[in-house]
Design a protein around this ligand. Structure first.
Ligand code: PNW
Length: 482
C-alpha cells in the first residue's frame, strides 16, 4: 500500500512559489514606538477594547518589531520561497502624508527586507492590511474621494524606499473586509455600520486608489525594477444549494469577489451588471434619488480595468446559497441567503469550515470569468486553539493543496501559494482566542517564544520535496535550517 501511495504522490509545477503570510498590526506590536502614530486599529482597541473577544489589542502582539530576525529564521527553517508581510502606513508616514518620512520606521522595514534578501527569500509586500492612519479616518477615510491621492502618495514613498528589492506588491488586502465589514458593519475597524451607503463609497474609492497606484508603479518604477502589482481579494466560494440555485450562487459570487475583481479583471470592467441593476432598483424603491452604489465614470472604468499583473486570492471557506426574498428594510442588495451546514467539518473559527473542493471551484471560476489571469494564493489557512499537535491543520493544508493541484492540472494559472499564517497573531475581533500559526506564539511571556507546530514540519516537507505525500509523518523533535 505504501508503494502505491508513493507512486501517486503529486508534484507541484516547476518554479511554483511557496510562502507564508502575516500582517503588520497582527504581529508587530510597538504600536507607538519610534514615531509611529495611531491607526484605526489602535483607535478601536484602545477606545472600544471589549469589542475584541478577549478585550485584547495589538500593542505588543507577537513583538515582531523587535523579533524580526527570529521571524526570518523561521522562514528559513520552513525553506520558504517567499514571505508576505504588510507595512504600517503610520510607521512610515506619521502624519499619513509624505511631508515627513519617519526614518526609524523605514529602517525597520529595510532591516527586515535585507535580512530576507540575505537568505534568498522573496519579499511579497502588502501596502495596506487594514491600518488606516486615524487622522485620515477622521477626514472620512475610504469614504472620502481624496483618499485615492493619499494612498497613491503613500504608495509612491514605499516604491521609492523599497522598490529596488521588492518585486511582488499587493496594494490592498481584502477590500471586502475593509469596506463591507469596516464601513457596512461593526466587525472590522472603523465599525461605521452604514451598510449599503458607506461600504459602496469605500469600494469605489478603494478601486480608484488601487488603480492609481498600479499606474504609478507601471509608469515610473516597473521600467527600472520590473516587479508586479496586484490586489488580494477575499475569495470565498458560493455553491448552489441545489441545481435550481445556480443563479443565486452566481449572484452571491458577483456580490462577493465580483464587487472588487470584476472592475479589474472582467473584459467589460466596472461593477458587475447584476450589482448595478439591483442596487439601483432597490435604491429607487427605497426613496433615494440616485443609486447608493457610487458608479464609476467611463474614465475610471478604463483606468481600473486591467490594473493588476496578477490576482491575489485569500481563500478560506465555502457557503451554500439559495434564492430568498429579501425585503427593502433588510438593507441587503443581493437576493440570496448563504450558510454553512453544521455537518461540515469546522475549525476554531465559527465562519471557517473545511471544504477543499471550494478552492478547486473558485480557481475554475476565476479562470473562466477573468480570462485565466496569473493567480497567487495570498492566504489560505485554518484556525485551532493553542497547542502544538495540530493534525486538523495538517489535513486542511494537504486537502486544499490537493484541490489546488486539481485546478492547476486543468489549466488554472496558479503561480504561488501562501499559508496564513507564519505564526499566531492578533486575530482582529477574535483577539488571541484562535490561532492560525504554523508556529505557536506564547503570548504570556515577554519574549513571545515561537515554537513550530507539527504542521510546520509537514509544510516544510511539502516545500522541500515540492510534492504532496499524504502519509508523511514528521519527526517533530528538532527544527533545523537545511
Ligand atoms: C483574513 N471570511 O480575513 C485576513 O486577511 C487576515 O488578516 C486574517 O487574520 C485571516 O483572514 C483569518 O481570519 C478574513 O469571513 C476574514 O470568510 C473573514 C473571512 C475571510 C478572511
Amino acid at each position: 500500500i505504501i508503494n502505491e501511495v508513493k507512486q501517486s504522490i503529486r508534484k507541484f509545477p516547476d518554479g511554483f512559489s511557496f510562502g507564508a503570510a502575516t500582517a503588520s498590526y497582527q504581529i508587530e506590536g510597538a504600536w507607538n514606538a519610534d514615531g509611529k502614530t495611531e491607526t484605526i486599529w489602535d483607535h478601536l482597541t484602545h477606545n472600544n477594547p471589549c469589542s475584541v473577544k478577549d478585550c485584547s489589542n495589538g500593542d505588543i502582539a507577537a513583538n515582531s518589531y523587535n523579533l524580526f530576525k527570529r521571524d526570518v529564521e523561521m522562514i528559513r527553517e520552513l525553506g520558504l520561497d517567499h514571505y508576505r508581510f504588510s507595512l504600517s502606513w503610520t510607521r512610515i508616514l506619521p502624519t499619513g502624508f509624505p511631508d515627513k518620512i519617519n526614518e526609524a520606521g523605514v529602517q525597520y522595514y529595510n532591516n527586515l527586507i535585507n535580512e530576507m534578501i540575505k537568505y534568498n527569500i522573496k519579499p511579497m509586500v502588502t501596502l495596506y492590511h487594514w491600518e488606516l492612519p486615524q487622522k485620515l479616518q477622521e477626514m472620512g477615510g475610504w469614504a472620502n474621494p481624496h483618499v485615492t491621492d493619499w494612498f497613491a502618495d503613500y504608495a509612491r514613498v514605499v516604491f521609492e524606499q523599497f522598490g529596488d528589492r521588492v518585486k511582488y506588491w499587493i496594494t490592498i488586502n481584502e477590500p471586502y473586509q475593509i469596506c463591507n465589514a469596516g464601513y457596512g458593519s461593526t466587525t472590522k475597524a472603523p465599525q461605521l455600520n452604514l451598510k449599503g451607503i458607506a461600504d459602496y463609497m469605500c469600494a469605489k474609492n478603494l478601486l480608484v486608489a488601487h488603480a492609481k497606484t498600479y499606474h504609478i508603479y507601471n509608469n515610473e518604477f516597473k521600467p527600472k525594477y520590473g516587479g508586479v502589482v496586484g490586489m488580494s481579494m477575499s475569495a470565498q466560494w458560493y455553491e448552489p444549494e441545489s441545481e435550481e440555485q445556480v443563479e443565486a450562487a452566481n449572484e452571491a459570487m458577483h456580490f462577493g469577489i465580483g464587487q472588487y475583481a470584476h472592475p479589474i479583471f472582467a473584459k467589460e470592467g466596472d461593477f458587475p451588471q447584476i450589482m448595478k441593476e439591483k442596487v439601483s432598483a432597490k435604491s429607487a424603491a427605497q426613496g433615494y434619488y440616485r443609486s447608493r452604489l457610487v458608479e464609476f465614470t467611463e474614465e475610471e472604468v478604463n483606468m481600473i480595468r486591467g490594473s493588476s499583473d496578477f490576482i491575489g486570492l485569500n481563500h478560506y471557506t465555502t457557503y451554500l446559497s439559495y434564492r430568498s426574498n429579501v425585503t427593502l428594510e433588510e438593507k441587503q442588495d443581493s437576493d440570496v441567503t448563504s450558510y454553512q451546514p453544521n455537518s461540515w467539518p469546522g475549525s476554531a473559527s465559527e465562519w471557517l469550515k473545511q471544504i477543499p473542493w471550494g478552492l478547486h471551484k473558485l480557481l475554475t471560476y476565476v479562470k473562466h470569468n477573468y480570462d485565466n489571469p496569473m493567480v497567487i494564493i495570498t492566504e489560505n489557512g485554518f484556525s485551532t486553539l493553542s497547542g502544538l499537535e495540530d493534525d486538523d491543520r495538517i489535513s486542511f493544508y494537504r486537502e486544499y493543496l490537493n484541490a489546488m493541484l486539481d485546478a492547476i492540472e486543468e489549466g488554472c494559472n496558479v503561480a504561488g501559494y501562501t499559508a496564513w499564517s507564519l505564526m499566531d497573531n492578533f486575530e482582529w475581533l477574535e483577539g488571541y482566542t484562535v490561532r492560525f500559526g504554523l508556529y505557536e506564539v506564547d503570548f504570556t511571556t515577554a519574549n513571545r517564544t515561537r515554537t513550530p507546530r507539527k504542521s510546520a514540519f509537514v509544510y516544510k516537507e511539502i516545500v522541500r520535496s515540492r510534492a504532496l505525500d499524504p502519509i508523511y509523518e514528521p519527526n517533530t523533535k528538532v527544527m533545523t535550517i537545511d
